[in-house]
Write a protein that binds this ligand. Sequence first.
Ligand code: ADP
Ligand code: MG
Length: 314
Amino acid sequence: MIKTEFGLEVQNLRKVYKSNDANEPVVALEKLDLQVKKGSFFGLLGPNGAGKSTLINILAGLVIKTSGIVKIRHIDQDINVREFKRSIGVVPQETNFDPFLTPYESLNIQAGLYGVRKSDRQINQILKKLGLEGKSSAYMRSLSGGMRRRLLIGKALVHAPEVVILDEPTAGVDIELREMLWNYMKDLNAKGTTIILTTHYLEEAEALCEKIAILNKGELIACNDTSDLLAKVNLKVLNIKFNNLDPDKIKLPEKARLKKHQNQKLSISYNRNEIKIDQILECLKSQGLEIIDLSTEEADLADVFKLLTNKNNR
Ligand code: ADP
Ligand code: MG
């Protein structure tokens, strides 16, 4: 039987941080299994402290796992150490550069560290793709935050890795740059690179990722095709416009949750498997709410995310 090879495979991964003071050790990842299809665009989501960076830092070789197996295809992180390193490019969250290097030098040194032959180096092409061609010999300290972030991406790409992992690459960047990074990631992915992305912008994950895993407190609580994830929870949003009633006094049925309240408009999300729209409306009307207008829409990933992570916290 031929064993399926994945772009990235994580088996029974566990990470316990031993505390340096009298605190309890922190279990950051527990029994984590993950399979990312080769060539896919994969989203890794989760609230703060879920363990995303721990996972990414383990993959990057910056954090030592407590136990478990990590592979890119058949390449095992602990067995094929060099090959694994060459197969992966990680874009960390924080920018940290030598102020006396230029972008060109920085990428060139990185390529050298990875043993990329001089004739194979594509430094100028990468700088151009990232919109940094005009800055190739500027000093690092003269680059804006957005430029440094792009350079970080360049550093992860100089050795043309088959798997690229980006830890919140678009955090705090303006719309123009965000679109450029999206296009760049899409382009890389179209050429066959497996892309794994963490982001706080759920609409970004929804737009880019075929499949999404949600981590919470070190455990995987969902891993589905993005469209299935949205469909699976059967979540709907009910928008109501009304002309009376003090918002603070409105009580929702237990199975419905308030998404947004603005002036005379209420947005309520609910799971169609758990409660019917009639029941919500009955409940509101019984409190004297006068409805002027009403519409429903499909929930977005943010609703699904809240639903799943809240459930897990109870
Ligand atoms: P995320 O990136 O999803 O926000 P992290 O992987 O950074 O989550 O953190 C997961 C958990 O591990 C948190 O409880 C965090 O406090 C803890 N943690 C992370 N790094 C360390 C460390 N170096 N030492 C001890 N605890 C840590
Ligand atoms: Mg993090």
